[in-house]
Design a protein around this ligand. Sequence first.
Ligand code: ADP
Length: 404
Amino acid sequence: MKIMVINTGSSSIKFQLFDMANNSAAIVEGLIERIGEAKGRIKYKRAKQGDEYNKEEVFNDHKDGLELVAKLLVDKQWGVIDDVQEIDAVGHRTVHGGERFNKSVHIDDKVMNALKEMIPLAPLHNPANITGIEVAQQIFPHANQVAIFDTAFHQTMPPKAYRYAIPEKLYRDSNIRRYGFHGTSHLYVSREASSYLNIPIEKFNCITIHIGNGCSMAAIAEGKSVDTSMGMTPLEGLIMGTRCGDIDPAIPYYLATNNSMTIEDINTTLNKESGVKGIADSNDLRDIEERYIAGNDEKAKLAIEMYAYRIKKYIGAYFAALSRVDAIIFTAGVGENSDIIRELACDKLDNLGICLDVQKNKGRKKGICDLSKDNTKVKILVVSTNEELEIARQTRDVVQGTVG
Ligand code: ADP
């Protein structure tokens, strides 16, 4: 079975073609960017051949972009399949599934209508995801179209974790509650860790720490998400590249009344100008880490300390939520690459059975590694995330009717 995974943004499409019969190998991966701008670009990499088609091109719309991908897939020089009809299904990364979707689904008219109804919950993401689906339906009309939601994995949270202490009416009428995001990644790394540790998923308790540009943590009990740090939107929780994470909810009111900021300004400030960028003038943790190591950079030091301290506080909170923790799992750009953040986040947690082996922790990690000291209670793992592969797996399961 060949499955195309598509992640559509407002001006970009990321794509990856998997051959599920051949060890779920990714045959092609690529990116179309700057759709609708004067100059766009396509990158199309073939895994087996190890080559790349990388060209500037004008893409008027998403359809233009995906049409070129479909052409390249069967091209004499660049092709990897004989006919696009070989693609059995297209899996669409879909950001917000609200309360409606607690698992991946086959896309029909009803699902499309539900996605449109949910636009207010993710006004920046869901419209692009809908465009991606409509375009894929035109270009791969024979293929099953499947939606995989970032929010679905967290639908197992109990009300005490997902409700906010605000008037009930706002939940009932306006759907205001915690949904959580990065579900595909939290699910993937928790499953990988359970099989690595040889603990059946239905008995596995863990804390997953996805720290990339966006950052979130999840408390997972017996394989199911029971709490997560992102909320109704991806702004809540951990400190991120440009997002503030948890702050006093009265601050927006204060900014509006004292600083005469508009609601738009406040939204931009908290989403785009905050996080480590707000503290240390860069949203890239690599840069900040270099400055931290070089020394004499108070801003970089504070940003790193705040970032790691927030993770540590959530480890404590989720330890309390789970009572027994088999493993703590670091993943994504920062989690897989930053030994400093891992060390500071786990610092002095020995009383919880969390003991990092400083030597094992050194350097960047690929695949799965155990960084805990021998014979300690809680395993500290790094697991490389692979959201595209998880989307492909779930797409296959929906097509085969085996989705749980
Ligand atoms: P996304 O959330 O967009 O998928 P990634 O998971 O790729 O992002 O993470 C990107 C972030 O990872 C970058 O902003 C960078 O700060 C961080 N990162 C990548 N490599 C390193 C490194 N060696 N040390 C520290 N941070 C790193």
